[in-house]
Design a protein around this ligand. Structure first.
Ligand code: AMP
Length: 459
């Protein structure tokens, strides 16, 4: 039984979607004004695995992400760079998509740009005004938090103590915690609205988009911990007031921060490393492994040594797959009297792995199941206590786990005997060339082999 920690109730709850086999999932997408950093990647890899696991469990998942392409930060950056805000947003949106592809984040079904949902945004603001939850002033339209007594229920804040974060103080507001739905502005880019030209508030972008594609109520809403207040709190207020129905979301899920020396990695603190930079030195799967070795709700400390450890650990998995492939090509017998197949370990590995995933997506514990399996299978191989059938079973199991976690254990090309012999010949020839100090030709061989994923390391 899958259990999910719900930020709203602060409890692990059995997962029951609104409709039996379908899951509607929304995760806040990026504000596109710069390259995405590895903190963003942490959040999006986590939700990628969550979506993969839901699919593995037979749910048909519709995963929606918005793209915040209207935002003061984008406009500020565009001014600094002397480019049009929309061009800047498109440029970094494209880079974000490329980064996600490189990271193997493939589970999002639809990306929705705020810019393309102005009619939906205006419609939702109108509803809120008509229902008495919002009011119009000279500087824009505001949500009146005093009209929504549940305000603060997600972030567990006292409505009286609420202060505004993203928005500067405004004497037009009825309560200091009221937040903007529409901001009247005179600097570009501007859109028309019944309340004057300007731009939408940040929070309404998301609820207008989710109402359009998911309806008033849906199953899971995710994002990083920093979004709980004010962003997600405001989303609850807007959507539940506009629809008159609750709860807007059945499960609120939040990822912990990726930190650098104990501090959140963020664009504004300037302590960030971009996804691109890290992928220059590490395989995307190494970074994914690093992310998954910590539970998605816990903080994770970014360091080179942690990445190197992840690289070594991932290598152990691939090494076993390689060994299994070699053994399968040899004439190892189908069965073995002392086969480890009946040991608890092999019988329970899948059950233990899934149990950990069922427990609020506990990927670090699921990974330790894999490493216990590797240890015991290696022992079985060393002691010749393993049959061909068991090896096939273990390999398929690893591939299955890999699909859930987003590792492509299945497609690494296995090398047939002839190719193997051919590679050995190439290596020998290259050794001779190196003895003759013909570096040019020996480097050429290495780089051409590299192009077909055969990596030579001179040790
Ligand atoms: P932003 O573009 O800043 O709105 O962030 C996009 C998503 O990445 C949000 O869900 C953030 O909570 C998340 N995020 C930003 N920085 C970090 C970090 N250091 N660690 C984990 N998630 C983060």
């Amino acid at each position: 039984m899958l259990k999910i920690f719900n930020t709203m109730t602060q409890k692990k709850e059995e997962f029951k979607p609104m409709y039996e086999n379908r899951v509607k999932l929304f995760v806040c997408g990026p504000t596109v004004y710069d390259n995405s950093h590895v903190g963003h990647a942490r959040t999006y890899i986590s939700f990628d695995v969550i979506a993969r696991y839901l699919k593995y469990n037979g749910f048909s998942v519709f995963y929606l992400q918005n793209i915040t392409d209207i935002d003061d930060k984008i406009i500020k950056r565009a001014l600094e760079l002397n480019v049009e805000p929309i061009k800047l947003a498109r440029k970094f949106e494209k880079k974000y998509m490329e980064d996600m592809k490189l990271l193997g984040v493939e589970s999002v079904n639809l990306y929705a740009r705020a810019i393309e949902h102005l009619p939906e945004i205006i419609k939702q603001i109108k509803t809120l005004i008509d229902n008495g939850f919002a009011y119009v002033t000279e500087s824009g339209v505001y949500f009146d938090i005093s009209k929504f007594p549940d305000f603060g229920k997600l972030s567990r804040r006292n409505i009286e103590d609420l202060t505004v974060h993203r928005i500067s103080p405004d004497s037009n507001k009825r309560n200091p915690g009221d937040f903007a739905l529409w901001k009247i502005k005179n600097d570009e880019p501007l859109w028309n609205s019944p309340w004057g030209v300007g731009r939408p508030g940040w929070h309404i972008e998301d609820t207008a988009i989710t109402e359009e594609y998911l309806g008033y109520k849906y199953d899971i809403h995710g994002g990083g911990l920093d979004l709980i207040f004010p962003h997600h709190e405001a989303e609850v207020a807007q959507m539940e007031s506009a629809s008159g129905e609750k709860p807007m979301v059945r499960y609120w899920m939040h990822t912990g921060f990726l930190n650098v020396s104990g501090e959140k990695m963020s664009k504004s603190l300037g302590n960030f490393i971009t996804i691109r930079e890290i992928l220059r030195d590490y395989d995307p799967e190494v970074f994914r492994f690093f992310v998954l070795s910590t539970h998605y709700r816990s903080p994770i400390d970014f360091s080179e040594s942690a990445l190197q450890q992840s690289e070594n650990s991932l290598h152990r998995i691939y090494k076993l797959i390689e060994t299994i492939d070699e053994l399968l090509r040899s004439n190892i017998s189908e069965s073995n009297e002392n086969d480890i197949k009946n040991t608890n370990l092999l019988l329970n590995a899948k059950h233990d792995f899934l149990n950990n995933m069922d427990n609020d997506f506990n990927t670090p514990n699921a990974l330790s199941v894999i490493f216990n399996l590797i240890r015991d299978v290696n022992r079985g191989i060393d002691n010749k206590n393993i049959s061909k059938n068991s090896l096939i079973y273990v390999k398929n199991l690893l591939i299955e786990f890999g699909e859930i976690l987003g590792f492509e254990f299945s497609i690494k090309p296995s090398v047939d005997d002839k190719t193997n012999d051919l590679i050995k010949v190439m290596v020998e020839v290259r050794e001779k060339l190196r003895e003759r100090k013909d570096w040019e030709l020996s480097d050429l061989i290495r780089s051409r082999l590299g192009e077909i994923d055969i990596i030579l390391e001179d040790k």
